[in-house]
Write a protein that binds this ligand. Sequence first.
Ligand code: DAH
Length: 353
Amino acid sequence: MQDKLKALRDQILAEISVASDVTALEQVEITCLGRKSQFSQLMKQLGELSAVERREVGQLANDLKQEIQDALKLRRSELLQVEFKALAETDRIDVTIPGLRPETGHLHLTTQAIQDIVDIFSRVGFTRVRHPEVEWDWFAFEALNMPPDHPARDEWETFFIDAPQHSKLGKMVLTPHTTSGSARELKKGQLPIRMMNISKTYRRQIDVSHVPMFHQFEGLLVDRDVSVTHLKGILDHFAREFFGAGRHTRLRPFHFRFTEPSFEVDISCGICSGSGRSEDGSKCRLCKEGWLELGGAGLLHPNVLTAGGIDPEEYSALAFGWGVERTMMMRSGIMVDDIRVLYKSDFRFLNQF
Ligand code: DAH
């Protein structure tokens, strides 16, 4: 029995030493020491021996088993080392290879401009307000001194919503200009007012220089003794902050139904500084006359204040408003031959900004 055990030990140790990988080694362990192994068979025969023999053989069997298990452990770690070494060769990671950068987006250039505009006006006390993108005719026109069927309305190329009319406020339209937000603010009756309304506006127009959805910003200041001087000061503040130091504005008499007096606001040209001439004396290639047109402004017409429930004898108001897209393109010098590219979601264009 002892000889059998020793022979078996030699055989198992030999098998362990030739196992070529960890899986093969595990197989050796199962077949040599498992329940159906020769070793287990021998152990079952222990009971047939005398007590003395049983102790001796049992001791030997335990020692052998321990020896085999040690050999298994050793071989296993040898094999693992070999495997890891091979893996390190084939599966090497070069930490110096540049990683994959996740794509990061950015705000649309119109949104960037809106944020700048909000910053600039909030520094002189204007608070941003928000109003609906659908509007009642009354706020868009009538409260702004444009009675039903007045020809001045034509300019706003309005989209009418196919919805029931409001008994007092009339038809529902897509907000054609941000001035309707001013009419709404007046109605709130909380004075004084210093607000900016920046939002989407809609007009039935589409060509290389117009999109049916664009953005306007509107400023409104209502208080006692508001004058054109205040208006000019605020507009110059905007010109300097948005377009750069040294830029200023010019007010040109104009006509809007909702302001009196009314102006068109021009900004001094950034190329010729308002002279209209290049250094060599020829006409400025950008503005030709020293000024670039921005938008409209004025002091609110008394009828508009009255419609808003405010006494024009006691209060006066300045207002200004124009398109975000146009203003931002004037600043950045982006020359696009088709303004519709702004809203085509073409990354080749948008990612430049
Ligand atoms: N709402 C006008 C438009 O859409 C622009 C405008 C002109 C706004 C004069 C004003 C203003 O506040 O005073 O074209």
